[in-house]
Design a protein around this ligand. Sequence first.
Ligand code: ATP
Ligand code: MG
Length: 166
Amino acid sequence: MPILARYALEFFSHSADQTRRVGVRLGSLLQKGMVVCLEGDLGAGKTTLTDGIAQGFGSPDRVSSPTYVILNEYRHPNGSQVLHADAYRLPGNNPFDMEMLDLDHKLENGILVVEWAERLKNYLPKEHMWVNLNYLGVDQRHLIFTPRGKAYEAVAKKLQQSLFGA
Ligand SMILES: Nc1ncnc2c1ncn2[C@@H]1O[C@H](COP(=O)(O)OP(=O)(O)OP(=O)(O)O)[C@@H](O)[C@H]1O
Ligand SMILES: [Mg+2]
């Protein structure tokens, strides 16, 4: 069993801004319809990374935490959009009607980033970029990107080149 999954990528961030910039690189590689799943404790940097991803995908808006809503939608002037979901406050036992969110339809025009994605695992597409964020110290974070599916493996390879130049 390898330590990291095939094509997985790890990054040690030393500041919030660096995490945001990693997000920008990732966001610039995403195509409409793609999904990024974020898993990490409170304050691990999920929203910070999302802000970068949205910027890299071309969003003019700053992303903030959608703590009291399940889904924020950032629409671009060009018609594409960034969907930002936060499952933190999802009721644990209540079956949640994901179809109400109409994600499949909305994804045709944009990307989806999900915080606390492990809580929505059963509802999310099987192919995605899974990101684990781990707190190491006040400003230190360990990020692991695990692609699931060929299209996401291609993204991971390009991200590797973009971040490390190799
Ligand atoms: N290397 C780093 N990467 C990301 N955030 C960092 C880093 N170092 C310090 N921080 C700080 O950690 C906090 C991360 O907050 P953020 O809202 O992004 O986390 P989160 O995972 O979305 O939390 P929540 O679970 O509450 O939604 C910010 O205050 C940020 O400035
Ligand atoms: Mg957050």
